[in-house]
Design a binder for this molecule. Sequence first.
Ligand SMILES: NC(=O)C1=CN([C@@H]2O[C@H](COP(=O)(O)OP(=O)(O)OC[C@H]3O[C@@H](n4cnc5c(N)ncnc54)[C@H](O)[C@@H]3O)[C@@H](O)[C@H]2O)[C@H](O)CC1
Ligand SMILES: [K+]
Length: 217
Amino acid sequence: MKTISVSEAKAFDLYTMRDVGIPSLVLMERAALKSVENLAQLNWDLTHILVVAGSGNNGGDGIAVARLLKIHGFNVQLLLVGNPEHASIERIQQLKFANHYGVEVIQGGIPDWNAYSVIIDAIFGIGLSRPVSGNYQQVIQNINDSTANTLAIDVPSGFSPETGRELGIAVHANATATFAYAKNGMDSTTGQAFCGQLFVDDIGIYDPQVIQNLQNK
Ligand SMILES: NC(=O)C1=CN([C@@H]2O[C@H](COP(=O)(O)OP(=O)(O)OC[C@H]3O[C@@H](n4cnc5c(N)ncnc54)[C@H](O)[C@@H]3O)[C@@H](O)[C@H]2O)[C@H](O)CC1
Ligand SMILES: [K+]
């Protein structure tokens, strides 16, 4: 399985948005569409879905997933974690779109984490940069303690895609929808333990060498 480093993943994202010119929201929509496709392939009980979204673009992916599930008639709720003042542009835009679709955003805490059949983990992706603490730690503990099946978006939150180890605490996902290429840390035994069933989704982000080879054809 081809794996890449976090810096490569970020460089490929940037190349796609800046050099090729494909907008971030287009990539985010493709990531969300693929994640929903992966969810459908898992044959899980989808009767009650909670999306847990962080303040960055991983959260933006998750909110887009919630919107897609809502329009397809699923009972889906959204829990926002993190400081809204630090929210990325795309995450703000995705929440606006989701509000327009009437996606229910949970205010305050979750009374019963076991009430959900599926939890979508969209707290942190490749932007994880330090050990998880505080409320994030509590939320990830609740996700891990719940009876729900968990699908991680891009990277199980708290799992270092670089080293393959947890940074403080990490989501033990039953499945992970990662984008473009698997990340280095996913190829280890701990990586498989945290990621569960791994989907590597083509969302239009490629190694620039692949594009340059096309140009030379
Ligand atoms: N356009 C694109 O680049 C695409 C990205 N995709 C998704 O975006 C994430 C990466 O998003 P980013 O905003 O860079 O970071 P995260 O959402 O992973 O993290 C959010 C934010 O959290 C802060 N942070 C890091 N570690 C901690 C911590 N331990 N405690 C608290 N806060 C922390 C940090 O400031 C981060 O910025 C990628 O994984 C994809 O899911 C799209 O899918 C495709 C297009
Ligand atoms: K995640």
